[in-house]
Design a binder for this molecule. Structure first.
Ligand SMILES: Cc1ncc(COP(=O)(O)O)c(C=O)c1O
Length: 442
């Protein structure tokens, strides 16, 4: 991209009558070179698209937002509590909000964060950014699951981490592979995991592996970053509906038949001394508020608070107070319960449609919670190349490639399908269009 800057600017580039025509990319900091393209920007750009069936963004269904209740709370807070709700907040978050969240964690995880172990963040990505900013020097090793959440790869690479991958299977991260790497001398500072209904695979880590991972962290002295973005969105409120069928799983090492209830214990609850939990209200409340939390060792939280002071200073106070009022009023728990049923139904419609339309050789995961089905097309299908053909058919998905470390060359025939925001009656048609595009490539 070429821009025009004045004489006082850097003096390299083409000149034209005293004006320098600058390619701004030449000025980019070295650390941005590893960041890749605008995959997330492209996903967010589709947020408002109405003429296309989009399985691309991990967006919650807007019908889950309780607009009437939120309007009442906002009006009341602005009228009655402007001195707090419209003001800066403490960087670690408002005390009342942290107290509410602490009680919520205690009820769900059987453990409340001690003093100094909890802060409010601006969504889940904020925690990753603050951690990377505070603890990652260029070349430091950070281990991620493969595939994994693209935003986390970008947060670590943004600080020039040496990001390494450990594959997942139907039981989540293959902790025995990590153990082998550690035994061979790999010394990560951070191991990042999404144990519940992972983005992009929809798969979860078994209870045994959670404990084994915590044991490794204690033995080798690394921090586990546990991302619980989808943890509460488990299926199973309708009996028998959340059976995990290993036979249809792309990663299908084992066949697990059973009905899930809530998720296994969080890694943070098992090992709060070596785990930083990154939580977000984006998927269960609303991403518009940009609310999340970080829970972990007080020593680490205090460093993240310092780092936040020169990023956005604090999470927005109005959003914090609205979340607190909404939560204390019981609305959040009701919203989560309704969302579980909705997403479970959409997940089933998606896997039913895949079974009806996909060609032989395609496999996919059957999630027990969360937003995603992970589709593996027959060998040789290039899902990046096909994305344009899909768009022409008015359907969108995210190709698998960016969920891997691109030098590994994996994911080329995979697709992430986010069913969370696709209307029930469009799911079958959308999957049929994707299947037609895939078939055309065979
Ligand atoms: C696994 C995971 N973690 C974190 C986030 C970031 O969420 P937030 O909107 O709270 O920053 C996402 C969003 O897609 C996600 O999928």
């Amino acid at each position: 991209m070429t821009a025009v800057i004045g004489k006082q600017g850097p003096d390299r580039g083409d000149t034209d009558g005293g004006t320098v025509h600058r390619a701004w990319d030449e000025l980019l900091a070295r650390r941005t070179h590893a960041l890749g393209g605008g995959e997330i920007t492209a996903i967010l750009a589709l947020a408002g698209a109405t003429d296309i069936i989009t399985f691309s963004g991990g967006f919650p269904e807007p019908a889950t937002f309780s607009t009437g209740v939120l309007a009442d709370i906002a009006a009341r807070l602005i009228a009655e509590d402007p001195g707090v709700a419209l003001q800066y907040s403490a960087t670690e978050g408002l005390a009342g909000v942290r107290e509410y969240l602490s009680g919520r964690l205690a009820a769900q995880e059987g453990r409340a964060p001690a003093t100094g172990e909890l802060m409010i963040t601006s969504g889940g990505i904020d925690c990753m950014e603050l951690l990377a900013k505070s603890y990652v020097d260029p070349g430091d090793v950070v281990v991620v699951e493969l595939p994994t959440y693209l935003g986390a790869i970008m947060a670590f690479r943004g600080y020039e981490a040496d990001v390494r991958g450990v594959p997942i299977d139907d039981d989540g991260m293959r902790v025995e592979v990590l153990a082998g790497l550690l035994a061979d001398g790999l010394r990560p500072k951070i191991v990042y995991t999404i144990p519940d209904y992972q983005n992009p695979s929809g798969l979860s880590m078994s209870a045994e592996r959670r404990q084994a991972l915590a044991d490794l962290a204690r033995r080798y002295g690394f921090l586990i970053l546990e991302d619980v973005a989808y943890r509460e969105l488990w299926f199973g409120s309708a009996p028998g509906a959340s059976t995990v069928l290993g036979a249809s799983s792309v990663l299908g090492a084992s066949t697990v038949l059973g009905t899930s209830t809530a998720s296994p214990p969080s890694v943070w609850s098992l090992a709060p001394d070596v785990v930083l939990q990154a939580g977000t209200f984006s998927k269960i409340f609303s991403p518009g508020f940009r609310m999340g939390w970080a829970a972990g060792p007080a020593e680490i939280i205090s460093r993240l608070v310092i780092a936040k002071q020169n990023s956005d200073q604090c999470a927005g106070a109005l959003g914090q107070r609205m979340l607190e009022e909404y939560g204390r009023g019981g609305h959040l728990d009701r919203q989560v319960a309704g969302a579980q049923v909705l997403y479970e139904r959409r997940a089933r419609l998606t896997t039913d449609a895949l079974a009806a339309h996909m060609p032989d050789g395609a496999t996919w995961t059957t999630p027990a919670g969360g937003f995603y089905v992970w589709l593996t097309c027959p060998d040789g299908v290039d899902t990046v190349a096909l994305a344009a053909a899909a768009r022409a058919q008015k359907v969108a998905y995210v190709p698998g490639l960016p969920f891997y470390l691109q030098d590994a060359g994996a994911g080329g025939n995979q697709i992430r399908l986010a069913y969370s925001r696709v209307a029930d009656d469009l799911i079958d048609e959308g999957i049929r269009r994707i299947a037609d595009v895939v078939k055309s490539a065979l």
